[in-house]
Design a protein around this ligand. Structure first.
Ligand code: A3P
Ligand code: MG
Ligand code: MG
Ligand code: MG
Length: 346
């Protein structure tokens, strides 16, 4: 049966299973409590969970799809050690294998595909979540003092957050064909639900061009204008763009994946980030899923990013995403020309 299913559908089905496994790795690293934080740059952390989840995803997908070009966020996951055999996922999601494949994607070959992997989106929120899992206030304070960057303002907001920032963490697998994101997976390892009285942790949302979105039911946008934006990478340009939106509410949350989930869930209507900082692996899967649901993700100038393997990794001209074209145009028209100019010259 599997061999008759088009490649792109098989790749999506495998990506869903692999993302679930990566999510379990992320939870396991947190439970063990040894995060192994490395500072890659300013405001840019990597943990054992980022490294291990990426190794799991890349090893699993490249074993099944050897000619697909897979690009991950983390440069040097420790490749010396052998990968634990239970990190190599060979399962595929059976429901996805049964979906119809859009006609323009039926003949796609492995060589035509680039997969962009963000093994853990929202690393900042993940490391701060670890801090809050320390029940003993003294232990928590000691961990705070040794955390690479976290201001007292953040520490206080964490104390008030009821340990909630772990929900912002996602695993992102984006599938691009001819430079365009056509399918993707957003897995949320800490999403909690009660199903028939039983607690379930984690959920996986997927999308594919022309077919739509699965894993949950998208909701219409809120009546009020609710904007979602970064909570850990703001700067004066980001704030300027937010000021001009005339929003009823601004939500500051972690991760590109989580912000796009908020759009899909009807929690927010527009995602505005008028700054460089995000990279192709942050936006590929979210763009694919959002557009499959009728939304739009571009840079702050209104141009689509390209996702070919040779494209530069940084999304220098920011992110502007909305649940529909009208809200996207509304936001685009409000961004001052001067800000667009400054960003495009960076
Ligand atoms: N100034 C910056 N420096 C480094 N990374 C940045 C950044 N601004 C945004 N990013 C990256 O873009 C993603 C979303 O950011 P934010 O949560 O601030 O909206 C995060 O991905 P990772 O957590 O996968 O690294 C984050 O690291
Ligand atoms: Mg990162
Ligand atoms: Mg990311
Ligand atoms: Mg990441």
């Amino acid at each position: 049966m599997t061999s008759t299913v088009p490649l792109i559908v098989r790749l999506l089905a495998s990506s869903v299973s692999v993302a679930n496994r990566a999510g379990k790795i992320i939870r396991d690293v947190m439970s063990k409590g040894e995060l192994g934080i490395v500072e890659k740059g300013k405001d840019d952390l990597q943990t054992e969970a980022d490294r291990s989840a990426q190794r799991c995803i890349i090893a699993s997908l490249s074993a099944q799809f050897p000619k697909v070009n897979i690009i991950g966020e983390e440069d040097n996951p420790d490749t010396e050690d052998e990968i634990p055999s239970d990190w190599i996922v060979i399962d595929t999601d059976k429901d996805i294998l049964n979906i119809g494949c859009p006609s323009n994607l039926q003949g796609v070959k492995e060589e035509d595909i680039v997969v962009w992997v963000d093994p853990l989106d929202g690393t900042s929120e993940y490391t701060q979540g670890a801090l809050m899992l320390k029940r003993d206030p003294w232990e928590r304070w000691k961990m705070y003092l040794t955390h690479p960057f976290i201001s007292i303002k953040w520490y206080l907001s964490l104390l008030q957050s009821n340990y909630g920032f772990l929900e912002h963490v996602t695993v992102l697998i984006g599938i691009a064909v001819n430079e365009k994101p056509v399918a993707g997976v957003i897995h949320q390892p800490y999403y909690k639900t009660l199903i028939g009285g039983e607690k379930k942790i984690g959920r996986t949302i997927w999308g594919i061009q022309e077919v739509g979105v699965g894993g949950f039911t998208p909701a219409p946008p809120p009546d009020a204008l609710v904007i979602t934006t970064t909570r850990s990478h703001s700067n004066p340009m980001v704030e300027k763009a937010l000021q001009v939106m005339n929003a009823n509410q601004i939500l500051r949350v972690g991760g590109a994946g989580y912000k796009v989930l908020q759009l899909l869930e009807g929690v927010a209507s527009i995602y505005v980030f008028a700054s460089g900082g995000c990279k192709k692996w942050d936006t590929c899967a979210p763009e694919a899923i959002l557009s499959a649901a009728g939304g739009k993700l571009t840079d702050i100038l209104g141009n689509y990013y390209k996702y070919g393997a040779s494209e530069s990794r940084p999304n220098k001209t920011g992110v502007l995403a909305a649940v529909n074209n009208d809200l996207h145009s509304y936001a685009l028209n409000r961004i001052p020309e001067e800000l667009k100019d400054t960003l495009s010259k960076k």
